[in-house]
Design a protein around this ligand. Structure first.
Ligand code: TRP
Length: 342
């Protein structure tokens, strides 16, 4: 069976964008893949993290996986630092990847900004650790968003060079899995900005811990406009929403997109359903749908946050299962490189 690996950084305030763009798709993959889902705490520390918060966020992301329906009896869930093969393989890959390759990484340029000299060495080598995450399991498929595609291409380059340099066929070339129509979830206050964990206004986002009342309140106050809702005529021949049209009513199209994603329906169907309707009527339908699908998840996250020991037990058991796969692959890599093993 195909093996899926994906990782998410431990951050707080996981929101609807994280859920619809990533975690929800990971749940579906469990049906026909071996899935390994990792909370990448070693990646997180490439920028300084408050230690207590890092622990809390690692548990929070794990709780989000569980509440969303990732099943630890079918998939492996663990935190990266607890499987030492990641760091060990990353070192070997540091010696395979070229400076020139890393210099092209746009995410490093963005994150380091003008003060490159002040960025950690870890931030620079971040993509090599990500390659190690994937290759330590010989993963064949990696669900990633647009922003991580370049890192996955680098992973393929590293895998290829390793195989070439050492005359082995150890690492398969992992393929990106681009899932569904990427839902771009925008802020509830300003449809031109992405929904973000760092927006100072909590009203701008629906988080995975929000309960039914909070979801209701946030959607009621979400920015709308005074026109009636559009119909299918706004879509182009291929059923896509032209960017210009989206920009003409960013809040309306954001909420319509969220509705479509939560209902798991094409946008065309949603437009047909609400064509000509008052915004207020659409909003109350959206609220009902959001409360029904997200409310139970919020309650489950609350329950899990009150029971960190059970979350830790799942991570610990997951790390053991992950290590059982990664250790022998690390050993193969060490052997190929010529490191003596005893
Ligand atoms: N870099 C990814 C991100 O920020 C997280 C990540 C780390 C990852 N290791 C991975 C994703 C391996 C996929 C596969 O989103």
């Amino acid at each position: 069976m195909d093996r899926v690996f994906s990782g998410v950084q431990p951050t707080g305030n996981l929101h609807l964008g994280n859920y619809l763009g990533a975690i929800r798709n990971w749940v579906k993959l469990q049906n026909d893949h071996d899935c390994i889902y990792c909370v990448v705490d070693l990646h997180a520390i490439t920028a300084w993290q408050d230690p207590a918060e890092l622990k809390a966020h690692t548990r929070e992301v794990t709780a989000a996986f569980l509440a969303a329906g990732i099943d630890p009896s079918r998939s492996i869930i663990f935190n990266q630092s607890q499987v030492s093969a990641h760091a060990e393989l990353a070192w070997i890959l540091n010696c395979v990847a070229r400076l020139g390759w890393l210099n092209r990484m746009t995410q490093f340029k963005e994150k380091a900004g003008k003060h490159r000299e002040k960025a950690s060495v870890g931030l620079y080598a971040y993509p090599n650790l990500m390659a190690a995450d994937i290759l330590a399991y010989k993963a064949t498929h990696v669900p990633v968003g647009e922003d991580q595609k370049q890192h996955l291409e680098l992973t393929r380059d590293i895998a290829q060079k390793f195989n070439n340099d050492y005359g082995v066929e150890l690492f398969p070339m992992p393929k990106p899995l681009i899932l569904g129509t990427a839902t771009r979830v925008m802020s509830l206050r300003d449809g031109k900005k992405k929904m973000s964990k760092s927006d100072p206004s909590d009203m701008s986002r629906i988080t995975m811990t929000d309960d039914a009342d909070t979801i209701q309140k946030k959607l009621r106050k979400a920015t709308s406009d005074s026109e009636l809702l559009p119909g299918q005529e706004v879509l182009d021949e291929t059923g896509d929403l032209p960017e210009e049209t989206r920009q003409s009513r960013p809040e309306a199209y954001n909420l319509l997109g969220i509705y479509a994603a939560l209902a798991d329906k094409p946008l065309a169907e949603v437009l047909e359903e609400f064509a000509g309707a008052q915004f207020s009527l659409f909003k109350s339908a959206l609220t009902d749908l959001a409360v029904a699908s997200l409310g139970p998840m919020g309650s489950e996250m609350k329950r899990l946050s009150a029971d960190p020991a059970s979350v830790d037990a799942i991570l610990s058991a997951g790390a053991e299962k992950a290590a059982a796969i990664a250790q022998p692959i690390l050993a193969e890599a060490q052997d190929a490189v010529g490191l003596l093993r005893f």
